[in-house]
Design a protein around this ligand. Structure first.
Ligand SMILES: CC(C)(COP(=O)(O)OP(=O)(O)OC[C@H]1O[C@@H](n2cnc3c(N)ncnc32)[C@H](O)[C@@H]1OP(=O)(O)O)[C@@H](O)C(=O)NCCC(=O)NCCS
Length: 178
């Protein structure tokens, strides 16, 4: 799996030992989890279980999930991953999080731009993302990455069959090469 370098960040595969940093930096934070599909982790063992899943999926060949770190520090401070693929037009849907102390400094825009380029290099024709209508910061990341609003959708909130929410869907298409 590729390591992606940006101006300030390194995006690398998750590895054994990341669970503590994941828990400290984002999985235990209810503010980070607020608009994500998962609930905040109350215990480190939930994050350990999640990391085990990540490592198992990576061993099985899933290589489109990156831990975000600063270039000069190996600590995982966030993640970007492909969360779904629309096969008929090779469109990858991505999701992302970053620790609260890094918000509003352009980091996720930097990471997502690089991931979009990498996914185009890997053969995807389009990249999409969706955000809860009450989470405009995420929509702003999408806009700054050149993604265009394509419409509204409804989806279940937090895996609950009965609680639906409105989401805004953005996409970017691979530029034609001349
Ligand atoms: C959404 C998230 C990934 C953004 O990461 P980030 O590193 O702060 O993003 P950036 O700094 O690159 O860009 C954030 C933009 O949102 C803007 N923003 C922040 N809060 C905002 C708000 N309430 N309304 C509108 N824009 C807002 C910032 O000003 C910035 O735009 P600007 O550069 O034009 O000023 C981060 O807040 C996060 O991890 N949130 C929790 C998890 C999450 O919601 N993930 C996305 C699920 S769809």
């Amino acid at each position: 799996m590729s390591v992606i370098l940006t101006e300030r960040l390194k995006l690398r595969p998750f590895r054994e030992g990341d669970a503590e940093a994941m828990f400290r930096n984002w999985t235990s934070d209810g503010e980070v989890a607020r608009f994500c599909r998962w609930y905040r982790h109350k215990e480190l063992k939930s994050t350990r279980w999640l990391l085990e899943l990540y490592l198992r999926e990576a061993a099985e060949g899933f290589d489109h999930r990156w831990a975000v770190t600063m270039k000069d520090d190996d600590e995982a401070i966030g993640s970007v991953e492909v969360v779904g693929v629309r096969n008929h037009d090779r469109c990858a849907e991505i999701g992302y999080v970053i620790a609260r102390r890094y918000w509003n400094q352009g980091y996720m825009t930097e990471a997502v731009r690089a991931v979009i380029e990498e996914l185009f290099r890997c053969g995807y024709n389009a990249v999409s993302a969706r955000h809860h209508t009450d989470n405009p910061a995420s929509g702003r990341v999408m806009e700054k990455c050149g993604m265009h609003f394509v419409g509204m959708d409804r989806e279940v909130r937090k895996f609950s069959e009965y609680d639906m929410c409105d989401v805004m869907v953005y996409e970017i298409t691979k530029p034609a090469t001349g």
